[in-house]
Design a protein around this ligand. Structure first.
Ligand SMILES: Nc1ncnc2c1ncn2[C@@H]1O[C@H](COP(=O)(O)OP(=O)(O)O)[C@@H](O)[C@H]1O
Ligand SMILES: [Mg+2]
Length: 268
């Protein structure tokens, strides 16, 4: 049995207006799982992914992770509550947690390889970024990661010359530079047409499997959710409405997650 990589305990979030957005999320994800996250717009999917990554601070609850996987130094033993991390350890957590966004967030005026190399910098260290001090090893790793996403021949093109699907693949290669253990992908294919979406998800799933990564990805179609997920989490109004195998996503369950009005279920 794979050990658990992430355990959320009663995770809650309200923004400054005080409205509860996450209403107590309890969730345990074993290492290596590829989890599909679904739910209506506004259900709290982005908030959940951002709380895990600590782009957003949870209001209460715990985010337990194995310290040895994500941190270093004496604090790295045992299980660590990410919600309590600060400073250097918080930065390290973020570095080991790859974030992929709907809008790719790549720098279009830079070359593809420079975009990938920027993944080495994590979210900070703009000084190094402006000086462009990358080692030979970094450059080799960037080329390896570009090859893994099928874009080696595009390495020295400007990112702006790439299609949306290719830009998202650059974003995956950039994330791999961080040597992440967990990938959080927030609607990574929502801006892409179905064929490109499939290519991107094929790559995301393959690199996750190759590197033994744990991945949580929010998806906007049931077809993709069924096809790629080892497990599906359905969020509705900040609560888990479904947590099971994709094969168990019945019409009733889907109607519940998406809060659809189903007239044939109403008895008069
Ligand atoms: N920074 C914020 N401040 C206040 N409310 C927010 C903020 N971000 C998101 N929300 C609200 O939280 C709810 C859930 O949003 P979100 O997590 O983006 O859901 P989803 O990704 O499932 O569409 C929405 O009602 C949204 O308006
Ligand atoms: Mg969202």
């Amino acid at each position: 049995m794979a050990k658990d990589l992430l355990k959320l305990v009663d995770l809650k979030k309200q923004y400054s207006d005080g409205r509860p957005i996450l209403r107590g999320i309890n969730l345990t994800i074993p290492a290596g799982q590829f989890v599909g996250l679904i739910g209506l717009s506004g259900a709290g999917k982005s908030t959940l992914l951002r709380c895990i990554n600590r782009l957003v601070d949870p209001s209460s609850g715990q985010i337990w992770v194995p310290g040895d996987v994500f941190l270093d130094g004496p604090e790295a033993s045992g299980t660590i509550d990410v919600a309590q991390l600060k400073g250097r350890q918080l930065r390290r957590w973020r570095r080991k947690t790859g974030m992929i966004f709907q809008q790719f967030n790549i720098v279009k005026r830079l070359t593809v390889i420079d975009n990938v190399l920027s993944g080495k910098l994590g979210y900070v260290n703009t000084l190094q970024s402006s000086l462009r001090m990358f080692s030979k090893e970094d450059r080799e790793l960037a080329l390896i990661n570009l090859e893994r996403v099928g874009l080696l021949s595009h390495a020295y093109k400007r990112a702006s010359a790439l299609s949306g699907g290719e830009q998202q693949r650059v974003a995956i290669a950039r994330t791999l530079m961080q040597k992440p253990r967990l990938i959080l992908a927030d609607e990574p294919v929502a801006s892409l047409d179905p064929k490109l979406a499939e290519t991107v998800l094929d790559i995301l799933k393959r690199v996750s499997q190759e590197d033994g990564l744990t991945t949580v990805v929010s998806l906007h179609t049931l077809e993709m959710t069924r096809r790629y997920s080892d497990r599906v989490i359905g969020l509705a109004q900040g609560e888990i409405a479904f947590d099971d195998l994709p094969a168990h996503l019945s019409e009733d369950v889907v109607a519940n997650i998406y809060q659809r009005y189903t007239p044939d279920k109403v008895t008069l």
